[in-house]
Design a protein around this ligand. Structure first.
Ligand SMILES: [Zn+2]
Length: 108
């Protein structure tokens, strides 16, 4: 598991940049070169989105893109695929750095 030390947040940002770059680049290529590029313009961002959704907290396994907010005493769960979470909603594990557990925020 050599990827274990790459911060989750960095992975999300990389995937997001790849998705946007491909949507724009392949979109332009579809207009100017060949309509087949449209498949890339749509397909690669979808794949990146699925990869972001499939990322899980290295400590508790909680899906990174699955966010929970407490409003009026009720927990609302939603999927935020295009936000950059900085820590786990479930256990507080930070996503800003590598697989370090010393940064866990325990006071909530
Ligand atoms: Zn967690």
């Amino acid at each position: 598991m050599s990827q274990q030390n790459v911060p989750i947040r960095k992975k999300i940002i990389i995937l997001f940049v790849v998705a946007v770059a491909n949507a724009l680049g392949s979109g332009l290529a579809a207009i100017y070169f060949h309509p087949l590029f449209l498949a890339l313009a749509l397909g690669i961002p979808v794949i990146c989105g699925l990869l972001i959704v499939s990322l899980k907290c290295p400590r508790c396994g909680h899906p990174v893109a699955k966010r929970t907010r407490r409003v009026f005493g009720v927990d609302w769960t939603y999927w935020g695929g295009f936000t950059f979470p900085s820590r786990c909603d479930n256990c507080g594990q930070t996503f800003l750095e590598g697989n370090r557990t010393s940064d866990v925020i325990t006071s909530r």
